[in-house]
Design a protein around this ligand. Structure first.
Ligand code: PHE
Length: 337
């Protein structure tokens, strides 16, 4: 290393140590001792650095000059501010607090990551956007009309049991499904409709690896003339394969929902070779009663609807085996995405 380079490195160490010593001093005596050690006229450490600087050849001086002066100024300023600090009576009592600069940038700034569910939601919007579905939205606090009535779920239906829902008062509840958005969209616009809605839904379930009292659904609704169950299956298969890979299969099992007829449960293959299936959600052809509730003519229009669990999709995508991980805010989990 050249003399100039060595001097630059030593200036670095000197500056750090001198400033730290001044900041550490709790009494005038300690500060004086530090002053003598670092910048004392005769035997201070800076004196020696100064002599080495003077001995440098002209281009060495040019290389170090600016840094040398800067170091002198910074150390001097640190000494001055230490003197000022010790001159204030209350600062003496709390030297550490006084020396701590709350505005200084942190040494390690850790950037967060986008939550895996948010990433999944963004991808869902993207994939369905490419299939021609626009994003729609609705409130999480709903009335019984949108959560039940208009969806052909009559008052005596077990799904409306107050024990199975989060009622806020006699009329309003936290929505238990995103199917509410189907109604809100159809009430506002004439057919054709091609929307998805993604958001939180709430059910008083006991928490375990596959259940949580709040989770996310993606709802889809397609209404036009001559829409059939074949369209539904094709859209869902294309979606599943675009989202999870071409090897993914989906299957329909007959089911019942008050707002679709016929209705199916949608499963996707979790592990193709192992022959394992996982239930993704429900779907079916929009029930004529739903069309009547929103003023659409069921003789002219048909449509399909589906509602899938977003957590399930995200879990399958990343091999996550416990839904609770999404909501515990454990950074050891979250940092992996
Ligand atoms: N809303 C249903 C549920 O939460 C799913 C569904 C949506 C079924 C649309 C059919 C059509 O279970």
């Amino acid at each position: 290393m050249s003399d100039a380079a060595q001097l630059l490195a030593d200036l670095e160490v000197f500056e750090r140590e001198a400033i730290a010593a001044f900041e550490r001093a709790r009494t005038a005596e300690e500060l004086e001792a530090a002053r003598v050690e670092f910048v004392g006229q005769r035997r201070g450490k800076f004196r020696q650095l100064e002599e080495r600087f003077r001995a440098l050849p002209p281009d060495g001086k040019r290389q170090c000059g600016r840094r040398f002066n800067e170091c002198r100024q910074r150390v001097r300023a640190a000494l001055e501010s230490a003197r000022a600090r010790l001159a204030q009576p209350q600062a003496k009592a709390e030297p550490r607090a006084a020396a701590f600069d709350f505005t200084a940038p942190s040494l390690r700034i850790r950037r967060g990551t986008v939550h895996p569910l948010t990433q999944t939601i963004e991808e869902l919007i993207d994939v369905f956007g490419r299939l021609g579905f626009r994003l729609a939205d609705g409130p999480e606090v709903e009335d019984e009309w949108h959560n039940f009535e208009a969806l052909n779920i009559p008052p005596e239906h077990p799904a409306r049991d107050p024990n199975d829902n989060f009622y806020i008062d006699g009329q309003r509840l936290l929505r238990s499904q995103t199917s509410t958005v189907q109604i809100r969209v159809m009430e506002k616009q004439p057919p054709p409709v091609r929307i998805i809605a993604i958001g939180r839904v709430y059910r008083p379930d006991v928490h375990d690896a596959t259940h949580f009292s709040m989770f996310h659904q993606i709802e889809g609704l397609y209404v036009d003339r001559h829409v059939t169950l074949a369209h539904l299956k094709t859209v869902l298969r294309q979606f599943a394969q675009a989202f999870l890979g071409p090897e993914v299969q989906i299957r329909f099992r007959p089911s019942f929902f008050p707002f679709t007829e016929p209705s199916v449960e949608v499963d996707m293959s979790w592990d193709v070779r192992g022959g394992q299936w996982v239930e993704l959600g429900g779907a079916g052809m929009v029930d004529p009663n739903v069309f009547r509730a929103v003023g659409y003519d069921p003789e002219q229009y048909s449509g399909f609807a589906f509602g899938l669990g977003v957590e399930r999709l995200c879990m399958r995508r990343h091999g996550i085996n416990d839904i609770r991980l999404f909501f515990e805010n454990d950074v050891r989990f979250l940092r992996q995405f």
